[in-house]
Write a protein that binds this ligand. Structure first.
Ligand code: GLN
Length: 198
């Protein structure tokens, strides 16, 4: 159990799945759609979905700067897939002008959007994940990969030679979607990180 209030950015995407995964590991989890809700949480999950749509909605709801500020102040965060894209400092192939994915700079990294999607739309595989004894069954759906990491970033997993899980301080990101597989170890890791226990 933990006493953390963990928000899930609830504009679009795998919101219910993340809420369920967080509750399954004992966290208090709630959807975040408004500034007041963002202000009320200790940590935030940015779900898989479509980063350009989420960015558009973040702009409409005037949440981009508040989110950047919380991240700059050290709010623990976890992004899966589209959420990883949003947590980047730079995005390659961010999308059409006016509808592009917006980098929130939670992790000093450059992410290529739809990187795997160019080869194959989606795929699954067992991948080794730093610190976990058994491999993770990773589901990639039009997934990004990481092209550059800053010196403070740890790579936790790779696929096809590219980083697909990274951590910088209390911010974690994966190209794949643990919220859809029922393996709760990544959510457990995030709660431990957010609680200062990992
Ligand atoms: N390609 C999507 C994007 O750009 C990410 C896909 C996903 O989250 N499954 O946001």
């Amino acid at each position: 159990m933990s006493d953390l209030r963990v928000g899930v950015l609830a504009l679009q995407g795998d919101v219910r799945e993340h809420l369920a995964a967080l509750r399954a590991v004992g966290a208090e989890a709630l959807p975040v759609r408004r500034r007041a809700e963002l202000d009320s949480v200790d940590a935030l999950v940015l779900p898989g979905g479509e980063s350009t749509t989420m960015s558009h909605l973040l702009g409409e709801l005037e949440l981009i700067e508040p989110l950047r500020t919380r991240l700059a102040e050290g709010m623990p965060a976890y992004g899966s897939c589209a959420g990883m894209i949003l947590l980047a400092a730079e995005i390659v192939d961010a999308g059409a002008e006016g509808r592009a994915a917006v980098p929130l700079s939670g992790i000093d990294m450059t992410v290529r959007r739809n990187a795997f999607g160019r080869q194959v739309d989606s795929f699954e595989g067992e991948i080794a994940f730093e610190g976990l004894p058994d491999p993770v069954h990773a589901v990639f759906i039009r997934a990004p990969w990481v092209e550059r990491v800053g010196s403070g970033v740890t790579v936790l997993a790779r696929a096809a030679g590219h980083p697909v899980a990274v951590r910088q301080g209390q911010v974690l990101a994966t190209s794949f979607h643990p919220e859809v597989t029922g393996d709760r170890r990544i959510h457990q890791l995030f709660i431990d990180i957010a609680a200062g226990q990992a």
